[in-house]
Write a protein that binds this ligand. Sequence first.
Ligand code: ATP
Ligand code: MG
Length: 573
Amino acid sequence: MPAPVEKNDFIRQIVRDDLASGKHAAPRTRFPPEPNGYLHIGHAKAICLDFGIAQEFAGSCNLRFDDTNPAREDPEYVAAIQDDVHWLGFEWHDLRHASDYFEVFYLAAEKLIRQGDAFVCDLTAEQVREYRGSLTEPGRNSPYRDRSVDENLDLFRRMRAGEFADGARTLRARIDMASGNMNLRDPALYRIKHVSHQNTGDAWPIYPMYDFAHSLSDAAEGITHSLCTLEFEDHRPLYDWCVDKVDLAHSPELLVSLTAKGMPFEASKPRQIEFSRLNINYTVMSKRKLMTLVNEGLVNGWDDPRMPSLQGIRRRGYTPSSLRLFADRVGISKQNSLTDFSILENCLREDLDAHASRRMAVLDPIKLVLTNLPDVHEETLRFANHPKDETLGARDIPFSRELWIEREDFAEVPPKGWKRLVSGGDVRLRGAGIVRCDEVIKDAAGDIVELRGTLDPESRPGMAGADRKVKGTIHWVSAKHAIKAEVRLYDRLFDVPDPDDEADGKTYRDHLNPNSCTVAQGYVEPAAALAQPEQCFQFERLGYFVADRRDHRVDAPVFNRSVTLRDTWATKA
Ligand code: ATP
Ligand code: MG
C-alpha cells in the first residue's frame, strides 16, 4: 500500500497552525447531526472531516445529537446514526445531546437577560417578520425591546414554567435591528413549544433555537474547530456573539449542571469554519427529499440499495474504505461544486478490485453440454481468489459435463469482432479448457435451449495445449453444483444528471430511472453461496456484488450488484 498522502486542505492547515502556535494542544471536533432522518453520503464527507481531523492530529471528536426540534426527531434515527458512524470506521470520544445542556442554555439565557442582551418579545411570528426589514431596509425595534431586566426575568421564568401558549412569546437576543446581517436582527433564542422530547420528556415547554444551542454546545464541550457547511457562514457572527456574551469559561454557575452529570468542561473558545457541501449528480441529497422517496413508496425504505443514505449505499455494497477514499478524493474547500457520480463509483471499483475475492456466477443461463465427457464426470478445479493478491487464498470449483454459461456469450450470427462462442467456434472456459460448439438445440418456437460442444482434452489445465490461443474466455458454473441465486441488478436511481432541476414543472420524482432495479434468477458457484451477509465479490466479467445484508442466506443466496466493472454512463450523459 502506498503511504497515505498528507491532506492539505485549508481546514487542516488552520489546525496545523493552531497546534504550531500553541493555541491548542489538540483539536476537539464534533459531528452534530439532527436526528430527524438517516444520514446520507454528504454527511459521510462531514464525518470523515470531523473524525478524520481528530485522528490525524491526536485530538478527539464527539458525536452530538442536535436534538432541539423534538417534533421532528426520533430515537430510530439516533440509533441508525450511531450505527453509520461506527460502520464508517470512527469512534466518538463522547456521545452527547444538545438536550444534555438544556439547563446550561436556560441559565445562559438568564445571564443574557441580566446583562441586557436578551428580552422577552410578545410579537407574533408574523409581526416579527414585518419588523425584521429586508436586505435593503433596516428592521424596526420590537416595542418590547426595552423591558426591564426584572420584567424579562419574570416573563422568561413563566415561559419556562409553561404559563404561555405555543408561539405567544419568544426570548430574543438584543443585538442590532439595523445590522446588514439579518441573523443579527434580534434573533430568537427560545421559543415556546409544548411538545414532549425524546430525552427530557415534558420537562421543558420552551426549546432553544439552533444558533444559540449549537454555539453553546460547542463551547460546553471545549470544541476547538467547529466545522460546518457554507450555509452557516452568515450565522458565524451570531455564533460568536452567543459564545462571547455567555462566556461559559467565566461563568462557573452555568456549568454546575454539566459537572453534576459527570461532563467535564474544558474551556476553549470554539472557532466556526465553513466548507462546501458535497453535491453529486444523478442523485438528490437532502433528508427531506429522501424522506419523500421513502414515504411515497418510490423506493423500498431507507436502506433501499439505490438510496444515497448511508444505510442504502451500505446495503448496495459500498465499503467504508471506499467512502473514506471518496471523501479524500473530493477534498475540502470553500467552492461549491458538483461531483460526478462516477467518482464515487470509481472509489468502490478501486477498493474492490484490490480487495474483493473473485467468483463465477451466471445471470442469464443457457446450458452447455460437453458431449465428450462421460455423464458422471466430476472434478474439482482449484482457483485463486484474486489474480494479484495471494493472501486472499484459493477455492475449489466443481466442474462437470453440464455447465451454465451466459446466454449473451453465444451468438448464432456473431457481429464483427465477436470473441465469444459461435457455432463451430472455439472459446476458452475460464480455467477449464477450450470448448468447440458443435450443435445448437432449439425448441419448437425456435429459441435456443441448449448448446452442445466438445472439450479439447489437450487444452485442459496442465496439458501441453493449455496455452493454445483462442480469441475469448467465458465464465461458467457446473450445472450440477451451481446454487440458484437471486441477483438484484441496481443502477442509478435517477436517469438525469440534475434530478433537482425543476424546469418544465418537473421534480425529482419525475426523473426516476425505470431501470434502476432489475432482478435476475441466476446460478453461482458453491463458494459464492457460502458468503457472509455483506461480503463483497467480483463476479468475473459481470461486476462487483455483495451478499445482501438483509435477505441473503446460504441456502437462498441474494446478491446486489454494487457497481459494474466499467462506467456505462459516461457516454450517456
Ligand atoms: P440535509 O440538509 O441534507 O437535510 P442537514 O444539514 O440538515 O442535512 P444535519 O443533521 O444538520 O443535516 O447535518 C449534520 C452535519 O452534516 C452538519 O454539520 C452539516 O453541515 C453536515 N452536512 C450535511 N449535509 C452535508 C453535505 N451534503 N456535505 C457535507 N456536509 C454535510
Ligand atoms: Mg440541518
